[in-house]
Design a protein around this ligand. Structure first.
Ligand code: GLA
Length: 386
């Protein structure tokens, strides 16, 4: 990442000093260790923030204008806080406008600002560059305007921006971990109560390694919404069968599922099985991590991938290939697709001494079959927005 002095130099070349509050802020991307497609079912997730981030520099203005410069894409935009509506053309601006809109809707008063930002989170790779842009924008505006908004509230506000303004019906996981991640910890989030717990994820013998398939997540929006619908159908079914309050698939036990699975349409049964079993895997995963049993955690990652591939059907040939190659390697405890799916990245848990061989073999093996050299990122759990 670029150093701050250089960024301030660019900022000063771009904008005249307004003499008002200024500052530099950052928000990380994330990788989900386990708990996929469970957040919108009010279930459990266990992501961690990664050492890839968006840095934003900003200074308040005395009017209601916001001017933004995206250093990476050399794109700029200007809008008024009095006139925020989604842009069809410059879709990247919707993440910023959406966040400011939600801050204002929550009753806070904003002043305009000059902003520049730069990112090293690969886009469209399932590492939550969108959530990071929302969170860094929120933090910048909140701090410069001296607003009292806590990280949890900020995460919700950013999610609403993505739901309402960007038009993606995502769950809470990405924004939450970008706001609240901590160095050396994974974040267990209960997506119903919104409680969270920091789970130590640090042992110098093991390392998380992310492989980027470089397949852009094509189908994602329509398939994502379809999965949400299928989960709702399954929930409605159980509501009628069980004599108690059922809000989501979170409320169904594995035994209940087994008892009724045959009465469900086949596809819906598989979707439900994924979500119900994945919630169990997250909770077991947390237990084994607390005992320092990384091998058992790796095994749960492997099961999670199988379930995402066969039952939830959100993987793709390239992700399966990366996981298959990884699991053939010595020193690999677990591997799975991470994020929404249909492309993007896999997350792998490795014994540290095997990292170099792993990197070389995966690159060769993946290139041989796909012609693409995957990117590989090695990252410990990083700090959230700051
Ligand atoms: C995307 C969404 C998250 C979550 C994952 C799947 O990353 O933004 O809210 O639903 O997909 O686990």
């Amino acid at each position: 990442m670029q150093d701050l002095n250089k960024l301030w130099k660019i900022f000063n070349e771009k904008f005249t000093d307004t003499d008002l509050a200024k500052g530099a802020f950052s928000a990380p991307g994330r990788v989900n260790l386990i708990g996929e497609h469970t957040d919108y079912n009010e279930g459990f997730v266990l992501p961690m923030a990664i050492e890839k981030e968006i840095i934003m520099l900003g200074q308040l203005r005395s009017d209601r204008l916001v001017q933004v410069f995206d250093l990476g894409y050399k794109a700029e935009t200007k809008f008024s806080l009095d006139n925020l509506s989604p842009s069809k053309k410059d879709t990247w601006t919707n993440y910023l406008m959406g966040v400011m809109d939600e801050i204002q809707k929550a009753g806070y008063l904003l002043q305009g600002a000059n902003l520049i930002f730069i990112s090293n989170i690969p886009k469209g790779a399932g590492l939550s560059s969108s959530a990071a842009l929302e969170v860094v924008t929120a933090l910048t505006m909140v701090k410069l305007n001296l607003l009292e908004i806590k990280p949890v509230e900020m995460a919700h506000l950013c999610r609403r921006a993505e739901n309402n303004f960007v038009g993606v019906a995502c769950g809470i996981m990405d924004q939450y971990v970008s706001c609240l991640g901590q160095k050396n910890y994974a974040l267990l989030i209960d997506c119903r109560s919104n409680d969270y717990e920091l789970i130590p994820f640090k042992d110098h013998n093991y390392q998380v390694v992310i492989c980027n398939s470089k397949i852009q997540r094509g189908l994602i929006d329509s398939e994502y919404n379809k999965r949400r619908e299928e989960c709702k159908i399954a929930t409605e079914f159980f509501k009628h069968k069980l004599n108690r309050e059922i809000r989501t698939l979170r409320d169904i036990s594995i035994d209940e599922y087994k008892k009724y699975q045959r009465q469900l349409p086949e596809v819906i049964a598989r979707r439900a099985r994924h979500v119900i079993s994945e919630n169990y895997r997250v909770r077991s995963g947390v237990q084994v991590l607390r005992m320092g049993n990384y091998s058992a955690f790796g095994q749960l990652m492997i099961e999670s991938h199988q379930s995402l591939k066969d039952d939830y059907e959100v993987s793709c040939a390239e992700l399966d290939l990366l996981v298959g190659l990884a699991l053939k390697q010595e020193g690999v405890l677990g591997a799975r697709m991470t994020g929404a799916g249909f492309g993007g990245c896999t997350v792998n848990l490795l014994r540290r001494e095997y990292i170099d061989v792993f990197e070389k073999t995966i690159k060769q093996g993946y290139k041989k079959i796909t012609g693409i050299i995957p990117d590989i990122y090695i990252t410990p759990p990083a700090e959230g927005a700051k």
